[in-house]
Write a protein of this length. Structure first.
Length: 207
């Protein structure tokens, strides 16, 4: 029901034909065209919610890591947003994460070239990389390694584990990881840890 008060529509309320009365912050009464709410469950919205749910579920175990590599308390939000854009593959509703496209850190330090990973013995693995130094790198840049046990959703960060000039390093992983699919990333930080490189996906292996 519409209500009119005063001879010049000083106060109006309710719906009037295709318009609806509203009061602005400064107290003025106005009429606006009524528009039915849009469908809150469109295919696009379902797609975004499905991607978001998948990323949050799969990468929740990396929250502490993202806080470090993406700079503070909002690091996880940035990492999730980026993962939705770069690492989620497939078609709705069958989405999955391509871990080779997952970005662990972002920065402008030069990465190393020719990185490779091999299993040495049992749970020991070796990583090798090119030690050349370019414009945005230094011999004493810190090497940081991230290992992700996909079945158990367990993450290990080997922070400042070596320096760029060493060119190789051996890492011992937990015995409980034997038989599991492992993903590995490498990123560099400056010696004072003030700057990062964008992470590189080193590879996948089964211990």
């Amino acid at each position: 029901m519409a209500i009119f008060k005063s001879s010049t529509f000083g106060k109006i309320s309710g719906k009037h034909g295709d318009a609806i009365a509203a009061t602005t912050k400064d107290g003025k009464s106005i009429l606006k065209i009524y528009r039915a709410p849009s469908n809150p469950n469109t295919t696009k919205q379902q797609t975004q919610r499905a991607k978001f749910g998948l990323v949050v579920k799969e990468l929740n175990c990396m929250r502490s890591l993202f806080t470090l590599t993406f700079g503070g308390q909002y690091g996880t939000n940035r990492a999730v947003s980026l993962a939705m854009k770069t690492a989620v593959m497939g078609e709705f509703p069958d989405f999955y994460i391509d871990y080779s496209k997952l970005i662990i850190s972002i920065g402008n330090i030069d990465n190393a070239a020719n990185i490779n990973i091999i299993s040495v013995f049992a749970t020991t693995i070796r990583l090798n990389w090119n030690t050349d130094v370019f414009t945005r790198s230094a011999h004493n840049d810190n090497v940081n390694l991230v290992f992700f046990n996909q079945p158990s959703k367990m993450v290990i960060l080997k922070q400042n584990f070596a320096i760029r000039s060493e060119g190789n390093v051996e890492v011992d992983l937990p015995a409980s990881w034997i038989g599991s699919e492992i993903h590995c990333w490498m990123y560099f930080t400056t010696n004072n840890e003030s700057s990062f490189s964008t992470s590189l996906y080193v590879g996948q292996l089964v211990l």
